[in-house]
Design a protein around this ligand. Structure first.
Ligand SMILES: [Zn+2]
Length: 701
């Protein structure tokens, strides 16, 4: 009985194995069957090249010292990146300098005057470790970049997370914030601190303190650094409070490049600069203020993880806040390098990551920078093996991202005409690895290309494709709390260097990372040690990031026809239109926009049919003509007049809200919020025109 069964089992297994041996995977999207063999050989070669140990060493060097934008260490790293680009054989390696407003801190002080005298420590505890103490010395006081400078003495009001609703709640409780210093919790992860400051400014507060509550990303969540990934009570989240959701980049050159002879607005004219003082606080320091604040108990949702009764204020507490920045214009350095394409050199795939950090930049951004340098090195080896991509690939190491997406914005504005003509996609990585969970967002045109890559690259621990590991995480509810539920998230907010490409230039963008619990964000504890010991021991997820980022880049650069698919874009648009329509009670007509979206879907389907024919026939002329149509399509979604009140943001489908949070159909959504039917109609008309232009671009000559 047993033997025949075993034999049968072996036979079946052998048959299955043979079957899967012979089942060739379908060609990657955009490739003809005849190109598939060469491409998959190239990719297999590439996938084997990244070295975890080399990434670890690169990362150690990058994150070994604090490297604030514009600092001597930032310049040393710019030179290091330049040399690594050159050593890998990139062409046209260049460092561009922009002179931009880059305030560094001189003083941040928070003093309690009543009911007793006390001064906030304003520093992170270091357990005697050398990097910690060195970092504290080099960095000066923790601060919010672009805070107003000055001094204010006032009573304190606790305002929850500082959202507009929280102020409405205070008003209902009879608590006046005008002239007060408001104390709020950092909203983790996605509310931008600049929005919190703008809201406080609009409500008439004289100053604002934003602290990290242990319930959000500290001890209530789990073990804290150095034992675990969460933030110890003394952690301080530095960061910018520039209003980059109005216009990013150098606040003194809004909408144009900060070249040497560029005109500059004054600090008072700059739209993106806050008018009130603002400072970050640790939980340790905030606790003292919250213990003294008095007044009625705070609403339940505002209470955090500190062992005290959260109250909104009204007691004797009086605080003096003093902030002084040097407000200097400083140079920042963008390093670029090119692999020139063999067949379509004037089509450029751009790959980028920022280099500057608030402190050591362990995860944010050195994990990404180390990955980019490893990819550059691997591409160099492919080239020495005789490979040259069809299209050009441009690598960029951005600077002062942390201040206001500065160097990518200035560089993008400077090269606007070239990029609008030639850029085919921009692939960003910021905090590359803070854990093990694959995370991708992209414009819907890139959904298919990104998904295919996630089906190819293996999760190092689970030994299954990262796409499958992602599905498992969704099924078991183990995604990090800020992750999208779709393998490729399509809702783009602000907060990284893709903004200039997506919102200003109309270039399809994607953003990749591996994420996990990350309670040390923008603190002294986001260092090499945190990444090496806690986030990615042995660096396997860095390797997986290089593989994902690299294969996506190789496919965009080498495809016979660009792997951009506008069918999912049209489907998403119909979803977004229904979503916004549901928030508008009046009879304004969303049908035209919806039918334009269906028209885009039909044009996209026609293009896909033409793609199959052009690929099957190997018709090079038809292939490059389809490329040209695909490149024009994302550009067509720009409205040259921009969004009402923020003309820099020209893309009609995605924009940041006044926070990092994504907003879809921004002009329409904001018009709906005003309740003005005329504005809603105008915004719908502009949206409809943009979608029609995109459909025409797909169909066009
Ligand atoms: Zn970053």
């Amino acid at each position: 009985m047993r033997a025949p069964l075993v034999l049968a089992a072996i036979l079946v297994a052998a048959l299955l194995a043979t079957a899967s041996w012979h089942r060739e995977p379908p060609p990657a999207f955009g490739f003809a069957a005849s190109s598939e063999g060469a491409q998959s050989r190239l990719e297999r070669r590439f996938l084997a090249l990244p070295s975890a140990e080399r990434i670890r060493q690169t990362h150690r060097f990058l994150a070994g010292e604090p490297h604030l934008a514009g600092s001597p260490r930032d310049q040393v790293l710019a030179e290091y990146v330049r040399d690594r680009f050159a050593a890998a054989g990139l062409d046209a390696v260049e460092t561009s300098t922009h002179e931009v407003l880059l305030p560094w801190p001189e003083e941040t002080s928070v003093e309690m005057l009543q009911p007793r005298a006390w001064r906030a420590a304003m520093q992170e505890e270091t357990t005697g470790d050398a990097p910690g103490s060195r970092g504290r010395q080099q960095l000066g006081p923790p601060y919010h970049a672009y805070s107003a400078s000055g001094e204010v003495t006032a009573r304190v009001v606790f305002a929850g997370r500082g959202n507009p609703d929280d102020y409405t709640r205070l008003e209902a409780m009879g608590v006046d914030v005008r002239g007060a210093i408001v104390l709020v919790r950092y909203a983790v992860p996605y509310s931008y601190r600049g929005y919190t400051v703008l809201t406080a400014q609009q409500r008439g507060a004289a100053g604002i303190l934003i602290y990290s509550d242990p319930a959000d990303d500290g001890s209530v969540r789990g073990p804290v650094y150095p034992r675990g990934p969460w933030g110890p009570d003394s952690r301080i989240q530095r960061g910018s409070v520039a209003y980059d959701f109005l216009v990013p980049g150098d606040p003194l050159t809004p909408g144009w490049a900060s070249t040497a002879d560029a005109p500059r607005v004054t600090r008072d004219q700059a739209l993106s600069l806050p008018r009130i003082m603002s400072a970050p606080l640790s939980a340790t320091d905030a606790r003292v203020l919250l213990e003294a604040i008095g007044g009625p108990e705070a609403p339940a949702a505002w209470r955090g993880g500190l062992p005290l009764t959260y109250r909104v204020g009204g007691g004797p507490l009086v605080v003096r806040l003093r902030v002084k920045s040097d407000d200097r214009v400083r140079p920042v350095w963008t390093v670029t390098g090119l692999i020139r394409g063999s067949e379509r050199p004037d089509q450029i795939v751009i790959v980028g990551n920022h280099r500057d950090a608030w402190t050591y930049g362990g995860a944010d951004p050195s994990s990404g920078t180390a990955a980019m340098l490893e990819m550059v090195q691997a591409f160099g080896e492919l080239r020495r093996g005789g490979w040259r991509p069809k299209r050009s690939i441009l690598f960029a190491s951005w600077d002062a991202e942390e201040f206001s997406l500065i160097s990518s914005t200035e560089w993008g504005e400077e090269h606007e005409a070239m990029l609008q003509a030639q850029a085919v996609a921009y692939i960003n990585v910021d905090s590359g690895v803070s854990g093990r969970q694959f995370n991708a967002s992209a414009v819907p045109a890139l959904n298919r290309a990104v998904t295919e890559v996630a089906q190819l690259v293996k999760d190092p621990a689970a030994h299954i494709p990262v796409a499958a590991a992602f599905r498992d995480a969704v099924a078991t509810g183990t995604l990090p709390d800020d992750a999208a539920r779709d393998l490729v998230g399509n809702r783009f907010g602000g907060g990284s260097d893709y903004s200039v490409f997506l919102n200003f230039l109309g270039v399809p963008v994607a953003d990749l990372s591996f994420r996990g619990p990350y309670g040390v964000y923008h603190s002294l504890y986001d260092n090499a040690e945190w990444v090496e010991r806690i986030a990615d021991p042995g660096f396997p997820y860095h390797v997986a990031l290089v593989q994902s980022w690299g294969v996506l880049t190789l496919r965009l650069a080498d495809a016979d026809i660009l792997p951009l698919d506008y069918q999912p874009y049209a489907a998403r648009l119909r979803e977004f239109i229904d979503e916004v329509r549901a928030t508008w009670p009046l009879p304004e007509d969303f049908d035209e926009a919806a039918s334009a979206a269906s028209g885009l879907g039909a044009a996209a389907a026609r293009l896909e049919a033409a793609r199959r024919v052009a690929l099957d026939r190997g018709d090079r002329t038809a292939q490059s003509q389809l490329d040209r149509r695909l490149i024009r399509t994302e550009r067509a979604l720009l409205d040259p007049d921009g969004l009402p009140g923020r003309p820099w943001y020209r893309q009609t489908i995605f924009a940041p809200q006044y926070s990092y949070a994504p907003e879809v159909l921004p002009a329409v959504a904001e018009a709906v919020q005003t309740g003005d039917p005329g504005r809603v109609n105008d915004a719908l008309l502009r949206l409809t025109r943009a979608i029609r232009r995109a459909a025409e671009a797909l169909d066009g000559p």
